[in-house]
Design a protein around this ligand. Structure first.
Ligand code: GDP
Length: 444
């Protein structure tokens, strides 16, 4: 669903990672890109404005200018603000202290209410509840049968008006259903209501009457994420006409731009509780703002990684190393220090696994294991301080001594020393090219 948005946001942020320090102009340019990406994804203008203002304000502040890696800080800010727009904490379903919990569904026709009733019933059942569905959509032909079918598929009871009783009064059905739920000890009641193709007063009044009759613990506004900007107007109409306590986004599997998902919570002030992403009853789950944000930013779990790095690295030490690195003066002692700092963050496989795209690199990742790092560490520790400081003095007899002392072959010592020289040279060249760190050219 968020593919285009995701691509554009990632591209905008990636431009930053190629820079060292960030100027206000860099931040403004990125903010502009993000703004266009959001507007093209159909996010409501007001929401975009607030979002961009927050990003700019924070990105131009101290948390970025004094950061070790300003670009990553900006990414972190964008992510945090995205999570905030999506509602912050995951909001769980409110269950009544004295059952039954009553959940009423409201929304336009075709939003996916009836399907949702089945999904919710199955989900609740899996959690050990005994839900009952109630058919209060007595207008649409077949609506009652459709609910009965999804109820059967979910393996739950559906309460419906007796056939042949005329159109029936949905408020009366709702009232009788609650009594029946109490009697048959159903602890959750899901009330499906009638929708219309557009918002109209009669629809709102009927929904409000049902609401008053059943006194729901939750009124869930069900909205098709594919309807774009209209989602916002519809949400406002339902908020004013019926009122709701939470939002369910449906059809997130579609290829629409997804702006509804990003606007509805901010505009109505009500949290998104669930997301539906398919026609099958299983295509449904709790909505987690943080996971959705990560997904939109295509970031894997980079945030956890950044947070762990912040805790593990001593900024002064890291700056010193960066400077030495860029001037080609990095020693094996520095290398050892940095390696130890990285390893403080946890097993290396876990760290690499958090990187975006890690899934596709499983084979390569398997080779970078902690045992290999243990070996490197042992070899460096087997060197004298003078050797670590200036690896060039490590001649044949020193290599043999180090190998024997650290329990590895001479070839492994050679490998480490040669790779270190190569890496140092490459890093210094890169530092020169991209202008990070203090010095510039290569000295080795
Ligand atoms: P209602 O009028 O609000 O009760 O909407 P329905 O539950 O009848 O859903 C309308 C149509 O949308 C049906 O064809 C459903 O199969 C389909 N639908 C509902 N939820 C989803 C979803 O998450 N993804 C997809 N692809 N289709 C859905």
């Amino acid at each position: 669903m968020f593919d285009t948005l995701s691509d554009r946001l990632t591209a905008a942020l990636q431009t930053l990672t190629r820079k060292g320090r960030l100027s206000d102009a860099d931040i403004d340019a990125t903010a502009r890109e993000i703004r266009i990406a959001l507007l093209e994804a159909d996010v409501a203008l007001g929401v975009v404005k607030t979002f961009i203002a927050r990003i700019k304000e924070r990105a131009k502040g101290a948390e970025v200018s004094q950061a070790l890696n300003p670009a990553q800080q900006v990414i972190k800010i964008v992510n945090e603000e995205l999570v905030a727009i999506l509602g912050g904490e995951t909001r769980r379903l409110n269950l009544a202290k004295t059952p039954p919990t009553v959940i009423m569904l409201a929304g336009l026709q075709g939003a996916g209410k009836t399907t949702l009733a089945g999904k919710l019933a199955l989900w609740l059942k899996k959690q050990g509840h005994a839900p009952m569905l109630v058919a209060c959509d007595l207008q649409r032909p077949n609506a009652v049968t459709q609910l009965q079918v999804v109820g059967e598929r979910a393996g739950v009871v559906t309460f419906a008006p007796e056939p042949g009783n005329g159109v029936g009064d949905p408020v009366d059905v709702a009232r009788r259903a609650i009594a029946e739920a109490k009697h048959a000890q159903h602890d959750v009641v899901v009330v499906d209501t009638a929708g219309r193709l557009g918002v109209d007063e009669e629809l709102m009044k009927q929904a409000a009457d049902i609401r008053d009759a059943v006194d729901p613990d939750e009124v869930l506004f069900v909205v098709d994420a594919m309807i774009g900007q209209d989602a916002v107007t519809t949400a406002e109409a339902f908020r004013d006409g019926v009122g709701f306590t939470g939002v369910v986004l449906t059809k997130l599997d579609g290829d629409a731009r997804g702006g509804a998902a990003l606007s509805v919570r901010e505009i109505t002030g009500q949290p998104i509780l669930f997301a539906s992403n398919g026609e099958k009853l299983e295509d449904f789950d709790t909505f987690h703002p943080d996971r959705m944000a990560s997904r939109i930013l295509g970031m894997g779990d980079v945030l956890t990684l950044i947070e762990q790095a912040e805790q593990a690295f001593d900024q002064k030490q890291a700056e010193k190393a960066a400077e030495k690195l860029s001037s080609g003066q990095l020693t094996l002692e520095d290398f050892l220090e940095q390696m130890l700092a990285v390893r403080k963050m946890g097993p290396i496989g876990n760290l690499l696994g958090m990187l975006p795209g890690a899934g596709q690199m499983k084979d390569q990742l398997a080779q970078v294991d902690d045992k290999h790092l243990d070996k490197l560490q042992a070899i460096i520790r087997g060197m004298t301080p003078a050797e670590r400081d200036d690896p060039k003095i490590i001649n044949g007899s020193r290599r043999l001594r180090i190998a024997n002392g650290s329990g590895v072959t001479v070839r492994e010592v050679n490998d480490l020393v040669n790779r270190f020289f190569e890496a140092r040279k490459m890093m210094a060249q890169m530092a020169g090219r991209f202008g990070f760190g203090g010095g510039g050219g290569s000295k080795s």
